[in-house]
Ligand binder design. Sequence first.
Ligand code: BF8
Length: 644
Amino acid sequence: MKEKLLSVEDLTIDTGVQQMILKSRDEGVKTAFDRNSEIGARCTFGELGVCCKRCLAGPCRILPGGKGPQTGVCGATADQIVARNFLEMVAQGMAPHIEHAREVALTLLETAEGKAPYEIKNPEKLINIASKLGLTVDGKEIEEVAKDVALKALESFQQQYGILPWLEMNANQKTLARWKELNIIPANAHHELTVAINRVTMGSDADPVNLLLGVMRLGITDGYAGLHLSTDLQDVLFGTPGLVKSKYRLGVIKEKMVNISVHGHIPMLADKVVEWAEKLEDEAKAVGAEGINVFGICCSANEVLMRKGIPVATNFASQEAPILTGAVEAMAVDIQCVMPSLPTVSNDYHTEVITSLPYSKIPGASHIEFTPAKADEVAQAIVRKAIANFGKRDPEKMQIPPEIVDAYAGFSTEQIVEALKNVNPEDPLKPLVDNIKAGNILGVVALVGCTNPRVKQDWANVEMAKELLKHNVMVVATGCSAHSLGKFGLLSPEGLEYCGDGLKQVLTAVGQANGMEALPPVLHMGSCVDNSRIADLVSALADYIGVEAKDLPVAGSTPEIMNPKALAIGVYFLAHGVDVHVGIMPPIGGSELVTNFLTGSKEEHELTTDGLFGGKVIYEKDPIEAAHVVIERIKKKRAELLGE
Ligand code: BF8
């Protein structure tokens, strides 16, 4: 059995994770990396998106152009099956984001009503949002404004007509007009989800083009009722991120401390765990520890890194690795991207995996039910469980990979504008736009999304970033992709060596105007919902120049995409006419129509996202090749914008 396993160097470039995979093999514990090898080649029908399970007459599988039947029992063609499956996958990606946003809105409401133990940490942003929503703020207490904003936010899930409030508040008018013409303006995110499930049921929507426009509608819903809403209200409750210095890799786990990992997405729990870890430090000392060390995984990590500088151990694909160090007392998880394997892996260790949300339980984990109102109580209980587990460590099993890397984060749009103000106080965006026009910055790419055991972990994210930087493309990052870059020094000024001369000069000048040696080569803009920050930055640039996002030399890239959430975010970018590179092909290959719609260029096919919206999907698994395809598209957009 052992001989069949891949060498750890082929699985990840993170040497600490490599050590943990070897340790897991020695101890007979399976991780995602080895489970991935065991699964082996993927089902062709599934990969092409041509397996239809919409009714009990099936499942029907079609191999387009093959010898077998070319339709399902009901007559559904490959185009219809693929389009329905893809729509469903994007809906599945959108649902967690809109639920995330709804929960944050409810937390804001309960905070305003004095029912939940949070504060309005950023009243200025709250007032700004209220004003943009057209709500009265004058003469009102801040709690009243918060309540009004929360209720308006909740209309995103209740109203029957109109436009999603956060879409109306943020969207570019020309872009909005185009979407209106295509009839893809959402009013209510929950309704959109119901419609999505409804239209893909047997006997409903069978028009592939109509279904694909439905996909775009979901992307818009994801962006405005999910991402923007979450980020805005989280900034109100927890503060807008500013520059922080922190650390990356498994070396952030501390041998002599009680180690607690926060993992998942919704910051209400993670933030409180950090707070109570500080408050209960003496209890940890009483059991012989030097203190309490909280570190993060996935997007919970991003939330507390961006606002509090909490260190990050790793990202999605290696989330089991911290348990394998034998030095983690508790892993507090909320929702999304949490592998159900965690309690199984922790069976052989003393780590207590603690789930917290009623609809996100895992057999074998402890469960302490979280509600915003009970946040203090729950966080205390988690920290105390961790303290109690400190004495249960098995010293024989402890092995913490020592590698640790410095990183800067906290680059909210507000922080970026602040930094630029130190270069030009009156006109902060001017230096950025001037450098884009002059070619010192060729364009901007957002590196987003996941790590996926099907791709050598961190490798594609890191190589893609380096190749773009070398060609003077400014890189901003979110999600697990940002974690990959953080682990390899690209969130620290030391990584400046990877930049081309023009970009290096800009990052050094802006950094020095802000008292730093230089800005890091990649700006970490937050969690996956914080892709809204990237959208805000792009919108600000577009408004400044007087064009739309689709006209700018910008693109998104998700080289190691795993979760359908990243797909929904990609569709959100696409709806704005921003190209999106994927390193793993979504299951659409079974339909030429669907593939052409998403990946074709306007010159080649009549009906494409490129023609209708101005951007397309670029599939390329080799990150260096991908960087060059993206660069060519950026050059094309530069030529159209600047007449180069
Ligand atoms: O929402 S990047 S693996 S953690 S889905 Fe998940 Fe992908 Fe990580 Fe954050 Ni985003």
